[in-house]
Design a protein around this ligand. Structure first.
Ligand code: F0G
Length: 481
């Protein structure tokens, strides 16, 4: 929720009270330098004891509600036939409108099953944009991911309300070129994570369905951030202002043949699922569920998580929950823009994304500007963000870097975790860094895994810029800041 103050500014407002808290430590700059050096300038490799604000992700880091925690106490622990599963199935039926529910341990497990069952070597999988794990699974199965976004999607300084829309001409051309039989499904990601949490419109989704439906190509929605996409449709798509989040989710799901999701985001709980109304698809997936995930009624989740998910699926449709991350993202983005920092616009779901190419114009993509910015932000603030640029792309077959379309630093806003003073602190430290940005240099790998290298790869700062930046920070703001 947000409110307009009497001075005209719109601010996010919490419609909950905080009843359980967890201490965090603001480590001094010298400790932060040691920590990032040990982490190989990769924020994934930091320990949380060295982190003040963890903005790495909103995945599995949201504050759960009292009702979710209470539901966990009533879970029905059983290997098979647990009542907890049926309570989740009821919630999914009510909110998504789907009959068949296949629980999995998290989102990428759903992607693994879909890849195994649907994607064959030589296939093409069109989508509005890739996600890292999605691409890895579909490519490991021998498929090729086709990203059919509109050109505007890559404009970080845009006013386009639906940058997650698929380009319909590109879709038609791709189907003509590959042939429908080589396309196992089309995937639409509800708020395109790597484009900055940008939504698709219902109009676009319906148009995609109108193209693929008659050809017998299934439409798969990745609903990991479904309540945020629904919230943006309510805010931005004409005709949906007065529709509820549930009504909008139901309308999205009525177009899709299969929905899968990571429960760790919109639903605020560890877990995931695949759901559909098409028995044939459910049966095909069901066959492999016990092999890779677990029995049909738990799929790798604990019964406690299943109970919390049943509550989370319903709660994410409440307007204040659906908007809890998005409203903070918007405020954070507006404050950074006021400080002269280029962020992805319009502000999306899940995170505020800083355009590292604009922040660090002196760094070419070959020295990983978004990775360098992530390390520099940690050094100057204790805030951990996530590189979403070339470091997050694996090398091609010849060992060359694949330059990412965008070089972004993602500063995620987990739901109901941070307060306004946290955001103001972040704005202040980022502004200091922006004024001192010429001190930030590039990075080079010294340890580099071949797949999903961004998770565990280690890098060094070219010309040792990290120590110089930390020293300037301490000189300006004090040793203990
Ligand atoms: N799809 C989307 C759109 C996601 O954002 C994620 C995860 C997944 C699938 C995979 O789900 O993590 O439960 O296995 N996104 C996390 C993030 C990792 O930080 O954005 P998972």
């Amino acid at each position: 929720m947000s409110v307009r103050l009497s001075n005209g500014r719109e601010i996010p407002i919490e419609t909950h009270k905080i009843r359980i808290v967890q201490k965090v430590r603001l480590a001094p700059a010298a400790d932060r330098l040691r920590a990032i050096e040990e982490a190989g300038y990769n924020t994934f490799m930091l320990r949380t004891r060295d982190i003040f604000m963890d903005m790495l992700t909103d995945s599995g880091t949201n504050a759960m509600s009292d009702n979710q925690l209470a539901a966990m106490m009533q879970s029905d622990d059983a290997y098979a036939g647990s009542e907890s599963f049926y309570r989740l199935a009821d919630a999914v039926k009510e909110i998504f409108g789907y009959e068949y529910l296949l629980p999995v341990h998290q989102g990428r497990a759903a992607e693994h099953l879909l890849a195994k069952i649907f994607v064959k070597p030589g296939d093409f999988v069109p989508m509005n944009y890739h996600f890292t794990t999605t691409k890895a699974h579909f490519e490991l199965a021998g498929g090729k991911v086709l990203e059919l976004f509109q050109d505007e999607a890559l404009n970080t300084q845009s006013t386009c309300p639906f940058k997650g829309n698929m380009d319909l001409d590109k879709l038609t051309a791709a189907i003509r070129k590959a042939g429908p039989e080589r396309i196992p499904f089309v995937r639409m990601e509800a708020t395109t994570n790597l484009l900055g949490g940008q939504p698709f419109s219902l109009e676009n989704l319906k148009a995609v369905k109108a193209i693929v439906g008659p050809l017998g190509i299934p439409l798969v929605v990745d609903g990991s951030l479904i309540s945020e996409n629904a919230f943006f449709i309510k805010q931005r798509e004409p005709g949906y202002e007065n529709r509820s989040i549930t009504e909008i989710i139901r309308e999205i799901m009525a177009e899709a043949d299969i929905c899968y999701l990571s429960g760790r985001k919109s639903c605020s709980v560890r877990g995931g699922f695949i759901a559909t109304n098409i028995k044939k698809y459910s049966d095909m997936i069901r066959e492999w569920l016990p092999v890779y995930e677990g029995f049909f009624t738990y799929g790798g989740m604990s019964s406690k998580e299943i109970e919390a998910m049943a509550v989370g699926v319903r709660e994410m449709t409440e307007l204040d929950v659906a908007s809890s991350s998005a409203d903070f993202v918007k405020y954070f983005a507006e404050r950074l823009i006021e400080s002269g920092i280029a962020v992805v616009t319009p502000p999306g779901g899940l995170a505020c994304h800083i355009d590292a190419k604009i922040f660090l114009p002196h760094l070419p993509q070959s020295v990983y500007p978004a990775g360098a910015l992530a390390a520099a932000v940690y050094l100057t603030s204790g805030i951990r963000g996530m590189e979403r640029g070339t470091v997050s792309m694996d090398r091609d077959k010849d060992g060359n870097d694949v330059f990412s379309d965008l070089e972004l630093l993602r500063l995620a806003i987990p739901r109901r975790v941070f307060t306004m003073s946290h955001i103001e602190y972040a704005v202040d430290r980022l502004s200091w860094l922006h004024k001192n940005r010429e001190l930030v240099g590039g990075l080079e790998f010294y340890e580099e895994p071949p797949v999903l290298r961004f998770f565990a790869g280690k890098m060094r700062p070219l010309d040792g810029w990290g120590a110089k930046l930390a020293a300037k920070f301490a000189a300006d703001l004090g040793e203990n800041n």
